[in-house]
Design a protein around this ligand. Sequence first.
Ligand SMILES: [Zn+2]
Length: 145
Amino acid sequence: MKLSEYVKQIKANASTAEGAEKAAKVRRLLVGGGRAIGALGIIGGFTCFVLFATAGFAAFGPNGFTARVIVPFVLFVPMFFVAGLGFSLARLGQTIVVGGEITPTAQSSPTKATAYNTTTKNCPYCGNKLHPDDKACEKCGAPIE
Ligand SMILES: [Zn+2]
């Protein structure tokens, strides 16, 4: 199975309790592992550059193109592919959202609606706060139309 399809499946199941646990685990693995691979690629690429820069001058000397020159030269570009692969794995992991983050927004709207309904009417005689279905004022007894 392709990794992107596997992640899609993980996201689809993330709303269940069991799925959320697995989604959190996969997210940690992808983000943590991806960043580690990305960092290794960058360090590797930088090391290749330094090795080649220092050994490169020696290639024009009597020893010619030795392994000390050729190996870092050949590995320089692949190291950046490794770094790119690592960081794209980390990005893929970050797209997995583990439940609980949407709840506050969903809770706020019913609370607002309830507060609006209970504060709409006051008694025209004494100003007492009325419930929407009151037939008479609780405080002064005036009939409410
Ligand atoms: Zn009243």
